[in-house]
Design a protein around this ligand. Sequence first.
Ligand SMILES: NC(=O)N[C@@H](CC(=O)O)C(=O)O
Ligand SMILES: [Zn+2]
Ligand SMILES: [Zn+2]
Length: 340
Amino acid sequence: MTDTITLRRPDDWHVHLRDGDMLGRVAGATALQFARTIVMPNLAPPVTSVSAARAYRDRIMAALPRDTRFTPLMTAYLTDDSDPQEIARGAAEGVFTAAKLYPANATTNSAHGVTSIAAIRNVLEAMEAIGLPLLVHGEVTDADIDIFDREAVFIDRVLAPLLRDMPGLRIVFEHVTTADAVAFVESADADVAATITPHHLHINRNAMLVGGIRPHAYCLPVAKREAHRQALRKAATGTSDRFFLGTDSAPHERAAKESACGCAGIFNAPFAIESYAQVFDDEGALDRLEAFASLNGPAFYRLPPNEERITLKRGETIVPDLVDGIVPFHAGETLGWSLA
Ligand SMILES: NC(=O)N[C@@H](CC(=O)O)C(=O)O
Ligand SMILES: [Zn+2]
Ligand SMILES: [Zn+2]
């Protein structure tokens, strides 16, 4: 039995670091575990310009202790009014690592999101030309689509046609939750990848709905039925290099979660790598954790893997009920691995 694993320091390819007071409370947890992170731009107002992304990057670094070795990789929030030249300039100046497509009203702070692919066609053409990855929150928002079907319908109605139309576009299908998404990524060519969260590997929709409604298990896309969770575990722990770590850590104040209309988002940053390690251990795939956590992401983003190493040891990690006033994923549970 393996009791210690050493891997290159992982990166988090999808995280919400928030802003202001909340940024100060959550950024440290991410910087402690990860070397680099793709920072989501869904602030209010969203990060749509090069100057806004630069200023946000500065606020993130200012929220961390001065000697922290951490690189926030910034993203542009696409709107119907996005300017292809602004996106291209941000990429050329090393500010934008990717641009994010939120379908309008799909999730937290997405009111300014894109209403139709046609509206951003010129931006996507510019991105295709320079190889800037498009990150997608893959859910349709049509009122007649059942919320559990939103991701699968997005593939048929949006993603598959988009790739047929622009086969050179590099795409990360973010926080995939279904067997359909796994199959889509596996059958697509090498420029299509996906991130998988720890929570979608651990919980299915029962965690949210059985024995009372559990707002801390609510996120978007919502957790699906067990067969989908199993498909995600197989994809994450399998041999494909197209799946990689993206926590989608999305903190909300406790009162905003425990409410008649609770916010979507799970705060998993404080014990993210321990949570993933548990899954890989349970699947008998600890030898593939490094590829998922530390190699596949950089390869897709055409960045070198980190040289620094971290060590995980078998042993109890007790997850507290609150971390800086926020309820973390696995609150009150014990995980089987600890970060040395
Ligand atoms: N995942 C979530 O449930 N929420 C995210 C937004 C997102 O990633 O969709 C948030 O910003 O709160
Ligand atoms: Zn999302
Ligand atoms: Zn997210």
